[in-house]
Each structure stands twice: as structure tokens, then as C-alpha cells.
Design a protein around this ligand. Structure first.
Ligand code: GLU
Length: 322
């Protein structure tokens, strides 16, 4: 049974118990990531836009903190989550039966829209001796919790790179929100996080420890991935974004994409997209990682054949999709 029908029923029960009107709310949930990342506030921002119209639409949106991209897609596939945010590389791999989804392609995966760009960020303790990617050998590095897109991308990078492989480092699988403290307590020398910027996570780290961010453009593995894969692109974390990091950091990244299943109702998907397109300036103010976002950007970073019909309808109506 899908969560749609399950939550719909509980909505009816709740309104009957409260003796409120016969109008039942349809509840939808967006799976996100760690609470100090950008997915979690992004889920909150989307729900906020949507819930402004909940009396008219009869849909109430809620957010869940989760393990990240891989978890979100697998849980949507299992019918236990309605929507989720995921990295564009993981979305591609899920649709094509690659990487963490090599057992079977997930044919019913649908895209609602893409959101902010994410960059694979390597933060280290300033006293760790790590000045460049190749210095990771022998170091204690967090690669991301199982279920995160972060872990999937870092493992792919270390598999592709000829100089540093997974067995060259002491790899940890802490959750992203645990990393700033682990870094401060010297339990790890550094950590990878595929995330939008700025993010509370690196602010926490930079405000409690002397940190540095390491450029990944000299990793042969990163160069190969950007050259060969359509969903990876170079980007820059500007100097001064985090305390103590006064140089630009060049690295590669993806887009954060909002996904669902082909079984999701057209009404819910349509209203979700419409509420954002109609109030785009208000939406953009909800997180600094959306600073340069345009409506056209919401259609980048994924195969349009994967778009949910409710999203196609809303984008066409707004004149953003031709
Ligand atoms: N890209 C990360 C992941 O899927 C999550 C980033 C975030 O929560 O903002 O693991």
C-alpha cells in the first residue's frame, strides 16, 4: 500500500476524531538528508510553499530527515516515502540500474524538478597535513553514511582515481551531522560531503575547529568523472564562504533533484511545482544555496523523459517548459 493511501486514511480518521469538517487532508512526506545539510531545509522550503495553499489543495506536506539520496530513492521504491531529494548522479544510476542500484533499474522513478547545485567538498583539520587530494593516503577520512549519495560518489571517485583508493585511507561512515564534532575531537582528519553551499554543516565545523577545504581538480579520478559522465561538472566554493578558508576551492558536483514515483498523484506533483513557480522569489529567499537559481535551472541536470506528468503540466503552464 502506498503512503498516499495510508496517510490519506489517517487524515480522515484525524478529522473525524477532532470533529472538524468532513474535509480530509492528504499528507505527503519529503525524505531529505542530515539536519545540518541543505536537503533538510530544502524539504522545509518546498513544504512551506505548498502548505500556504493547503486549504485549497487539501494536501499537507511534511519533511523527514533521512540518510540521504540512496536511502530516499530506495524508500520511494519500497512505497514508504512519497518524495525525496537525491543527487543527479544517483538518480541517473537508479534509473539505469548502475552503482547502488545494479540489481535492477528503477523504471518508475520520476523527477519533479531539480533544485540547487551540490559540490563534493573535502574539509580537513588545518593541522592534519592534508594540503591536496593525494595527501589523503593513510588518513582517517569520513566518506559518508551508508544510504547517502555522498558515500556513493566518494566510493566512485576512489575507485576511479589511480593515486588514492578506498584501501589507502582509514574510512569512516559517520552521518554528515556528526562530522564537525568528530573533526574537532580529532576522531577524523577530514570528511567528504556532497552538499549545496553555504551549509550549516561546514559553518559548524569552521566555527569550532581550524579547517581547510581541499580542491579536487588535481585528482585524476575527478577529471575522468567530469570528462566521462554527463551529470558531473566543475564548480567553485568561493573564498570567504567559511571562516578561515580564504581561497577558492575548485571541485566537482551534481544537482540536487526532487524525485518521486510514477504512482504519485498528478495533483500533488502539480501543486508542488506550481507553488514554487508562482512564488519563486519568496522560495529563493528561504536558503542562501538558491542564490543564483533561475526557473530554467529547475529543468537542468536530469533526463526530461523522467519528468512526472504533474511537473510537466505545471512547468508548461508557467511557460518555463516549451
Ligand atoms: N548529497 C547528500 C547525500 O545525498 C545530502 C546533502 C544534503 O543533505 O544537503 O548524501
Amino acid at each position: 500500500m502506498s503512503v498516499f493511501s495510508k496517510t490519506f486514511k489517517s487524515g480522515i480518521v484525524a478529522s473525524m476524531l477532532l470533529g472538524t469538517s468532513a474535509f480530509a487532508m492528504d499528507f505527503i512526506t519529503i525524505g531529505t538528508g542530515g539536519v545540518t545539510g541543505v536537503y533538510y531545509p530544502t524539504g522545509g522550503a518546498i513544504c512551506r510553499m505548498m502548505n500556504q495553499h493547503k486549504k485549497d489543495t487539501g494536501i499537507k506536506c511534511t519533511v523527514e530527515s533521512t540518510g540521504g539520496s540512496v536511502y530516499n530513492i530506495k524508500t520511494i521504491k519500497a512505497g514508504e516515502l512519497d518524495f525525496g531529494i537525491a543527487q543527479s548522479d544517483v538518480v541517473y544510476q537508479a534509473a539505469h540500474g548502475e552503482g547502488k542500484f545494479k540489481d535492477a533499474p528503477y523504471k518508475d522513478l520520476r523527477v519533479v524538478m531539480s533544485i540547487h547545485p551540490e559540490l563534493l567538498t573535502l574539509a580537513v583539520r588545518k593541522d592534519s597535513g592534508i594540503k591536496k587530494f593525494q595527501d589523503l593516503k593513510g588518513k582517517h577520512i569520513n566518506i559518508g553514511n551508508p544510504g547517502s549519495g555522498n558515500e556513493a560518489t566518494v566510493k566512485l571517485l576512489l575507485k576511479t582515481d589511480p593515486d588514492v583508493s578506498l584501501k589507502d585511507i582509514k574510512a569512516d561512515g559517520l552521518k554528515s551531522a556528526e562530522c564537525p564534532n568528530a573533526l574537532k575531537d580529532k576522531k577524523i582528519d577530514g570528511y567528504f560531503y556532497m552538499v549545496g553551499h553555504p551549509t550549516a554543516n561546514f559553518k559548524d565545523a569552521a566555527n569550532s575547529t581550524d579547517i581547510d577545504l581541499i580542491s579536487l581538480d588535481n585528482s585524476k579520478g575527478a577529471q575522468k568523472l567530469v570528462e566521462e559522465k554527463p551529470y558531473y561538472a566543475w564548480g567553485v566554493i568561493p573564498a570567504g564562504m567559511y571562516k578561515g578558508v580564504d581561497h577558492d576551492t575548485k571541485t566537482f558536483g551534481v544537482k540536487a533533484v526532487l524525485v518521486t514515483s510514477s504512482k504519485a498523484s498528478e495533483k500533488a506533483v502539480y501543486n508542488m511545482v506550481k507553488s514554487i513557480l508562482d512564488n519563486f522569489d519568496a522560495f529563493k529567499k528561504l536558503h542562501p544555496a538558491y542564490k543564483n537559481l533561475t526557473k530554467e535551472d529547475l529543468l537542468k541536470g536530469f533526463d526530461h523523459k523522467m519528468m512526472h506528468p504533474g511537473a510537466v503540466k505545471a512547468f508548461k503552464e508557467a511557460g518555463v517548459l516549451k
